[in-house]
Design a protein around this ligand. Structure first.
Ligand code: C2E
Ligand code: CA
Ligand code: CA
Ligand code: CA
Length: 284
């Protein structure tokens, strides 16, 4: 509206942004092929005992020129392009092998949770006109191989609610094969509470936005307490994310929250760093 020159400028900057996206995506493809991606593991601590019982696998990309690129930037690109499918498979493999190692050396019940994007389910959506498909199609080609409880799949509330019939079938087939499920960022989306029961959800992860501002007497604490009570009534364990202070830890422990994850305990670590932490003292 303000004249041709400004319009032109706008178009140019849009084009530059699109070009940058394309470059980043190309670099990401190369990074996956050249094994330049890394998985870090952030400890998840059992609040009652202080023991490290689980970890969350978090993807890292060290760009050869740009340095570390945040997953908040490259995961959406990978989702848009479908590259998340290959990346996601790779993360699962890493996490699975790491979980097996820690089960052997540290704790036979150790679990690693892995973030899963909707696109990782969508590849299995049947095309139009295939309303019925045989049961074997339901088995996920990568997850289907992992039939233990080593891995917990983290999905968001939105995925539970907006999921198509095909995704719902896949989630239920995960359950049948023993894979556990966790609802990530709980409280920020919307979910029908009946779905938590229907899908036999194992864990709720209270979003860090509730935990970060939590002080005694706050609404955020009241929400956390309510989530814990509700979860426990449904047989679901509750994990609080973003625990940064001792006060938050104490309030969550008093509220009966089962697990905590956050900088108070540890930042995400490389597997060797995690090994040291586990061997030195399994307690936080
Ligand atoms: P998320 O799943 O909600 O992961 C938690 C994020 O909070 C992580 O950020 C973690 O490093 C950060 N965090 C942990 N403790 C604290 C704390 O005490 N305080 C604060 N302020 N932050 C804390 P990160 O690693 O940057 O990951 C961002 C998001 O990228 C993740 O959010 C997840 O949605 C996505 N992501 C990461 N790895 C993967 C992956 O392998 N696959 C998929 N699909 N998504 C991933
Ligand atoms: Ca997560
Ligand atoms: Ca989260
Ligand atoms: Ca998140």
């Amino acid at each position: 509206n303000r004249g041709r020159n400004q319009f032109g400028y706008f178009m140019q900057s849009m084009q530059r942004a699109a070009q940058k996206k394309m470059r980043t995506l190309n670099d990401l493809r190369v990074a996956l092929a050249l094994d330049q991606l890394r998985v870090l593991y952030q400890p998840i601590v059992e609040l009652a005992s202080g023991r490290i019982r689980k970890a969350e696998a978090l993807l890292r990309w060290e760009h050869p020129q740009r340095g570390p690129v945040s997953p908040a930037e490259f995961i959406p690109l990978a989702e848009e392009s479908g590259l998340i499918i290959s990346i996601g498979d790779w993360v699962f493999q890493q996490a699975f092998h790491q979980a097996m190692r820690w089960r052997g050396s540290i704790d036979p019940d150790f679990q690693i949770s892995v973030n899963m994007s909707p696109a990782q389910f969508r590849r299995h959506s049947p095309g139009a006109g295939h309303a019925c498909h045989p049961p074997h199609v339901r088995a996920h080609p990568v997850l289907g191989r992992y039939v233990g409880t080593e891995i917990v799949v983290e999905i968001t509330e939105g995925m539970l609610m907006e999921s198509t019939h095909n995704i719902r079938e896949q989630l239920l087939s995960f359950r049948e094969s023993g894979i556990q499920m966790s609802i990530d960022d709980f409280g920020t989306g919307y979910s029908s509470l009946s779905y938590l029961k229907k899908f036999h959800i194992d864990y709720l992860k209270i979003d860090q936005s509730f935990v970060l501002k939590m002080v005694a007497g706050s609404d955020d604490l009241a929400l956390c307490e309510a989530i814990v009570v509700m979860g426990h009534k449904l047989g679901i364990k509750v994990i609080a994310e973003g625990v940064e202070t001792q006060e938050q830890r104490d309030l969550l422990t008093a509220a009966g929250c089962d697990f905590g994850q956050g900088y108070l305990f540890s930042r995400p670590l490389t597997a060797p760093q995690f090994d040291l932490l586990l061997r030195g003292h399994n307690y936080c």
